[in-house]
Design a binder for this molecule. Sequence first.
Ligand code: ARG
Length: 569
Amino acid sequence: MDFAYKAAALAAEAINAVYPGTDINADTVAGMLETPPNPEMGDYALPCFKLSKALKKSPMMISDALAGAISTQEFARVESVKGYLNFFVDRALYAQSVVENALSQGASYGSGSEGTGKTVVIDYSSINIAKRFHIGHLSTTMIGNALYNMYAFLGYKCVGVNHLGDWGTQFGKMIAAYKRWGDEETIRNGGVDEMVKLYVRFNAEAKDNPALDDEGRAWFKAIEDGDEEALRIFSWFKEVTLKDAERVYDMLGVRFDSYAGESFYNDKMQPVIDELKEKNLLVDDAGAQIVKLDDYGMPPAIILRSDGATLYMTRDLAAAKYRHETYDFDKCLYVVAYQQDLHFKQLFKVMELLGWDWAKGCEHVNFGMVSFEGGTLSTREGRIVYLEDLLNQSIEKAAGIIAEKSPELENRSEVARQIGIGSVIFFALFNGRIKDIDFWWDRALNFDGETGPYVMYTHARLSSVLRKAGECTEAPDYTALSDPEAQAIIHLIDAFPSLIRTAVNKSEPSIVTRFSCELAKAVNKFYYEQRILDDDMGARSARLMLTRAARQTIATALRLIGIQAPDRM
Ligand code: ARG
């Protein structure tokens, strides 16, 4: 239990002793605690004006009364100052408790078992067949991966789903184009790029030659009817796309438990359509079947087009039902850009209208757009940055920096890979997810400032200090960790477990990314101000313990967001 919570628990106990009959508990108080702007005012402060209303007393009276009612050995003192109840930790005791607790748990420090027996389905990355992975896919892939890691860390069973975009009339056109101009060899060698070329050519030529569109439609119908040749070509397109994507997933360290995409639901939509009918939710609209949502301020959800074709929405309804039946999930997260806000609002509303009460567990984890060095991405204008190219360039640039900074480093190419890829991931996960991201090389790969290389470098530096120090068997003297620099690190390490839970509750990996950066800053400040390899062996031992705990916590934070931290750089 972190010390902030201990302070809250003590305060809650005092409140209930002095003012019986309230329903204020430790959790309520924990939500009110603040960190005073300077340590002179304590490590935690309870602003008692937040209790005035409930207790019908002035803040000053409350803080005085509570200070009088608290006696504790865990805190050095508790003071009432102008309506604030200030808690001062016993610094040595605090250091010992936090550092020893963190070290005894090792890489699992911060983890938990609150998710045991619960399942979270995470729908992320969800790429479209015959399209190449571009940097617009970075956010969904890495946010989803980070959420996967964090939920698993808390004991949840996670199911990562890549809800492939593998259904639609465009695939009929692709087959038509392939039959006309394509050949197996070219696509086998060129991958998705060659498929895209065919598709572009098809659309260009179809403008003057409407017969092409008929061909496309005919091939799509063939896929729908289960025609052997159509299905063979189509599933081969899928294979090629996935093989290309797999290379990027391998680089990013991302994997999925299921690739059940849109086409998987071909035979699973009818029961949903029947249920919508049964519950009188379907309305005929010029031949189309829709669910009206005017009452909720939304345009209707279209379930069947007038030609009987199903839609993205229809498949998502079937997918939700399937996931519920298959995984019995507690939560189902959809990590999809905010452009689809309306789609998911409609989807969740229709599920609610169907009376699917488990739909409460569904959440749209939306995020902003990615642009590149000041320009938006556009396939049409050729301003498209492929993720694989971006990652390879990043590795190359990192290799250049390493060659300059540490020419004698062993396994240089592996370290360049970790830094190159880690920097891109860090950049993508640094800001709150709803913000748009503009990717700049000089920002992502900078070794100074709030960047991946900075945090990774700090981690390597701590590893190096520990290597140089070797074994230190002296009993640690924790009073040596009473200085503000050491205490700042201890506060951060102490807050880590609850921080992860906040990140999970808000579906916000950036909280962990920023934390890794704050901890790295605190560590560098400490390193600058204090001698770690002190002549006093008790002090040296305590500082090394702290160094170890800090290194481990940075590594865990980075690992959760999908970054491997090198030990040497
Ligand atoms: N393939 C879709 C796209 O690129 C994203 C799918 C998201 N998942 C879902 N169940 N709708 O826009």
